[in-house]
Design a protein around this ligand. Sequence first.
Ligand SMILES: NC(=O)c1ccc[n+]([C@@H]2O[C@H](COP(=O)([O-])OP(=O)(O)OC[C@H]3O[C@@H](n4cnc5c(N)ncnc54)[C@H](OP(=O)(O)O)[C@@H]3O)[C@@H](O)[C@H]2O)c1
Length: 283
Amino acid sequence: MKSETASMKGKVCLVTGASSGIGKEIAKGLARTGATAVMVGRNRQRAEAARDEIIGETANDSVELMISDFSSFDAVRRLAADFKGRHARLDVLVNNAGTIPAKLELSADGYEMQFAVNHLAYFLLTNLLLGTIKASAPARIVNTASGVHTRGRIDFDNLRGENRYGFLRAYGRSKLANILFTYELAGRLEGTGVTVNCFTPGMTKTDLGRYLRGVSGFFFRRMGRSPGEGAETAIYLATSPDVAGVTGKYFADCREARSSEASHDAATAKRLWEFSEKATGLS
Ligand SMILES: NC(=O)c1ccc[n+]([C@@H]2O[C@H](COP(=O)([O-])OP(=O)(O)OC[C@H]3O[C@@H](n4cnc5c(N)ncnc54)[C@H](OP(=O)(O)O)[C@@H]3O)[C@@H](O)[C@H]2O)c1
């Protein structure tokens, strides 16, 4: 159920993981509203091709590209500093970049890769840009989570690859972290005019399973909805007047949905926040 999107002319939106899949379609949808769309990609060639496609399809020339690899906190810090050097405002931040390595990988800072890219980078980038976002209020933050969060558990003693790795368990953990982060941040942003919500795109045909073999990789490549359909809820949350003032919620198909019991555990959300603050050097 898609609702009308408002004109976003004069607004600045930043989308991570915008070089392909759902993120590219989110950036395209935001560019269509007339906003300045700042795309963040990792691979310059892929990201430039995506930017050219978006400019071609939307006729909006205000589509910018920034390159950052979220497997390093230093790179996230450089991205935030570069963005603030270019823009005085940020009306919409969409944290969307994601990865699923088949085997255990560690980030440059020594964290399990999915936890680092899919959660810690969202956490660090958001916090580094929060001053700019608050100064642009009313403003919105949207986090791409997943229905697979129900498979996750925040095992604080296994965030650096200490125990056996399972790609689905690690993915579920990172996506549960997205929701816990959203709910905790919403509480912290009360009264600021900044809202934060998360959503599941539903099973979507993208490159997310590119490192997975067999059935799992096949599922991501072939099963589910189109990336454009997967992006609809994010564009709705970023732009629709229907959800102005709505915060701290989980959405599916442009409707509020119920996330797992574990995602509502306020003590875990607070502990994850404090852990993430220390890990990223924010405290
Ligand atoms: N597809 C689904 O069924 C599904 C379902 C639920 C949730 N999601 C979520 O949707 C989001 C987007 O995924 P997608 O399905 O659209 O997959 P995708 O096509 O693989 O897109 C992932 C994006 O993240 C970027 N990325 C990956 N690792 C990165 C890193 N280390 N640093 C910076 N950027 C990085 C990729 O950049 P490169 O182009 O350089 O690789 C790409 O732009 C993810 O958060 C995922 O968890 C997807």
